[in-house]
Design a protein around this ligand. Structure first.
Ligand code: ADP
Ligand code: ADP
Length: 228
């Protein structure tokens, strides 16, 4: 778990266009934070700066009080959770989950890899499916495998970028429930980007509302509902 703090974060693209304009946001340990707003308002850019896939033009990004602006993505220990398409179709669920543990510099003994994969599978209720391929899983199960990748390497936070936008309404509803349930159970700090009002109002502890690069307000769904 980690506390993620954005202090006056700005992103200016080449032509001087400010995609993100002076955003400050304090995401608590274990909190489920939603970033919501219309397309083009800067949500994805913000998330990419947090994970380190985009340079920060100005401002400070802190993880547990430490400035991380200049840290490479791999040194931030945050896990971007991609949807189905990030799973390797030719690998079993077991090997998909184990994948990050077998990357070059990690070099973890196979017994430990096996142990961690079994623990993650247990948490995600995937134990019976470890030998299957992604193609033979339901959408919900695939989402859990994607989360398993993040859990297995003990990431400090989950970052989601519109994970449900390509799904039909029924599956989207199921996945919402799945993600909310797992986040609560694991208590892992989560930042979730969406343009969908329903997702924003049902999933998170707090909702950060963005518009044209600016953070308009940040409050719990309840407070947002009660606003006149
Ligand atoms: P959202 O995720 O809210 O849809 P983005 O963060 O993707 O918004 O984009 C914010 C703004 O920055 C948009 O106006 C977009 O066109 C612009 N933008 C995104 N990426 C780039 C880029 N690489 N170069 C220039 N402008 C960009
Ligand atoms: P390189 O250029 O050396 O491949 P990258 O910055 O592309 O470096 O990525 C290095 C590491 O950063 C990856 O091995 C991965 O662990 C991590 N990483 C890259 N993209 C993401 C992401 N979207 N979410 C979380 N971690 C990532």
């Amino acid at each position: 778990m980690a506390q993620i703090t954005l202090k006056n974060i700005c992103k200016e693209y080449g032509d001087g266009f400010k995609a993100v304009n002076d955003i400050s946001l304090d995401i608590a340990d274990g909190e489920f934070m939603i970033l919501v707003g219309p397309s083009g308002c800067g949500k994805s850019t913000t998330l990419r700066m947090v994970v380190g896939l985009e340079d920060i033009t100005s401002g400070d990004l802190e993880i547990d009080g430490r400035r991380v602006n200049d840290l490479a993505p791999k040194d931030r220990n945050l896990a971007m959770v991609f949807q189905n398409y990030a799973l390797y179709p030719h690998l079993s669920v077991r090997d998909n989950i184990a994948f990050p543990l077998r990357l070059g510099h990690n070099r973890i003994p196979e017994e430990e890899v096996d142990q961690r994969v079994r623990e993650a599978a247990e948490m995600l209720e995937l134990t019976e499916h470890l030998d299957r391929r992604p193609a033979n899983l339901s959408g919900g199960q695939r989402q859990r495998v994607a989360m398993g990748r993040a859990i297995v390497r003990d990431a400090d936070a989950f970052l989601f970028d519109e994970p449900l936008s390509n799904l039909d309404a029924k599956l989207r509803g199921q996945m919402r429930t799945e993600i909310a349930r797992l986040q609560r159970r694991l208590g892992i700090t989560t930042v979730y980007v969406t343009h969908d009002q329903t997702e924003a109002m049902t999933l998170g502890d707090r909702v950060a509302v963005m518009r044209k690069g600016v953070l308009q307000q940040c409050a719990s769904p309840r407070e947002l509902y009660e606003e006149p």
